[in-house]
Ligand binder design. Structure first.
Ligand SMILES: N=C(N)NCCC[C@H](NC(=O)CCC(=O)O)C(=O)O
Length: 446
């Protein structure tokens, strides 16, 4: 049986904007209030997904969420017509309003943690949507994410869906952004790495002091339990609190793995040597490549600015690996020099391809943030909602759908325009038909 990794990229939603909502995420904070282009953002993301499909990868799409989130604004006490709710929220509680307008569900690395069937006790693919408790705007995502995942992976003989963890900082969970899986082949049992930022129930343990650690070890352990993972195939690693304090708000900003390659900055992990020894022991005798980048080669600041580690490492149909990098990496001398050298090292990585995803990068989301990885075998792939897979036809349809519904530009004032809500709902209603998702949005369930 064949097995492979499918990347499910998040479609950027029609309200994509820069609101400076993510304390600890340097790009988000420094681009607050910039004018955005939802159309360009959606097209950049879709073009990246299509390029991977054209490289022979199986590529999926996850739908965005309904924004502005009128339901949350009503829950917070705003009343009247939708237009009145938007006007009053924007006027009297601007930050709350902006949070309810965010298109942040585009970063599907934060949608969920996924464990492939080869790793789980019941032999099904397991999904736990991330609760994203650390940021209010992101905490609004998990319910609809769960519905979109169920609409995409519907057959419960093959796919197990869990409810997101309790909505509390003790169980702060950021999904696949803090989770990587190493394996020899996608269909063989692997080692799942859960990288956390702090211990919620033990304040004697190290933790960052300036910026928040979004993921707790308690959350990581709960997800591993829910997915029925074997202790011998799981490694919990603490992220270096010092790098969180410098802007590494998710582990996927400083490390990325694929099959038998782990690519990371030397400062990524707390007690790195123990972590690497444990990974090696649990991985077994098969070849394993640690590609560790020193600060002398690439400074932490350059890594954060260019998102060198928020690259995707993919295995091409011929078995070689390629790095999918944001164009910021090409524009930085130290980083592009490093990437030129990485393909000459004795590892499976043989190519680097650069993509312009600047609209997303300005909010701190690189190529790897924009995708959720789901390792599947042939049988499981057949059970996936086929309309969510990116064929040439589906690409053309989605591209025209973006042209039809998305605005070229969006500034803060535009977000309170009731017409934007109508446009978004019309677009999403059409999208659920295109992707045959069923009713997943609150406005469809009213
Ligand atoms: N690293 C991964 N996997 N994902 C990136 C997420 C970026 C996102 N930015 C934002 O939510 C900014 C929104 C704004 O400021 O408008 C976040 O901080 O959660």
């Amino acid at each position: 049986m064949k097995h492979f990794e499918v990347n499910f990229d998040g479609l950027v939603g029609p309200t994509h904007n820069y609101a400076g909502l993510s304390f600890g995420n340097v790009a988000s904070q420094s681009n607050a209030n910039a004018t955005s282009s939802p159309k360009q953002a959606a097209k950049q993301g879709l073009a990246k997904a299509k390029a991977l499909a054209d490289m022979g990868m199986t590529q999926g799409i996850l739908a965005p969420q309904e924004r502005p989130d009128i339901y949350t604004l009503r829950r917070l006490g705003f009343t009247g017509s939708d237009a009145t709710v938007l006007q009053n929220a924007a006027k009297h509680a601007k930050q709350v309003f902006l949070a309810c307008c965010s298109a942040s569900s585009m970063w599907t690395a934060n949608a969920a943690t996924v464990s492939p069937s080869a790793d789980t006790a019941d032999g099904r693919v397991h999904f736990t949507p991330a609760n994203l408790t650390n940021k209010f705007h992101r905490s609004l995502e998990p319910n609809v994410t769960g519905r979109i995942l169920k609409g995409t992976f519907a057959n419960n003989k093959y796919f197990a869906h869990h409810t997101h963890l309790p909505d509390n900082e003790h169980f702060g969970d950021e999904g696949a952004a803090n989770h990587t899986r190493l394996c020899s082949q996608y269909g063989h049992a692997g080692v799942e790495l859960f990288v956390y930022g702090r211990h919620a129930f033990d304040s004697s343990q190290p933790a960052p002091t300036r910026y928040p650690a979004r993921q707790t070890i308690e959350a990581s352990k709960a997800v591993a339990r829910l997915h029925g993972l074997d202790d011998d195939s799981v490694v919990y690693i603490q992220q270096n609190p010092e790098v969180i304090d410098q802007g590494v708000f998710h582990n996927d900003v400083i490390a990325v793995g694929n099959q038998n390659v782990l690519f990371f900055h030397e400062l990524a992990f707390y007690q790195k040597d123990q972590a690497l020894t444990q990974i090696k022991r649990k991985f077994g005798d098969n070849p394993l490549h640690f590609i560790e980048v020193s600060s002398a080669d690439v400074s932490l600041q350059d890594a954060i600015k260019t998102y060198l580690f928020n690259t995707q490492i993919i295995t091409l149909p011929n078995g070689e690996m390629a790095i999918i990098a944001p164009s910021e990496c090409q524009e930085n001398t130290a980083v592009s020099r490093y990437l030129d050298s990485v393909v000459t090292m004795n590892t499976p990585i043989k190519q680097v391809k650069y993509f312009d995803v600047k609209q997303s990068m300005r909010n701190g989301g690189g190529p790897a943030c924009l995708r959720l990885r789901v390792a599947l075998n042939d049988d499981e792939l057949q059970q996936v909602n086929q309309h969510t897979l990116l064929t040439d036809t589906q690409f053309d349809r989605l591209n025209s759908w973006i042209d039809k519904h998305y605005r070229d530009q969006l500034s803060e004032d535009d977000l309170r325009d009731p017409q934007l809500l109508t446009e978004s709902r019309t677009a999403l209603d059409e999208l659920t038909q295109l992707l045959k998702l069923g009713s997943v949005y609150p406005f469809q369930l009213d």
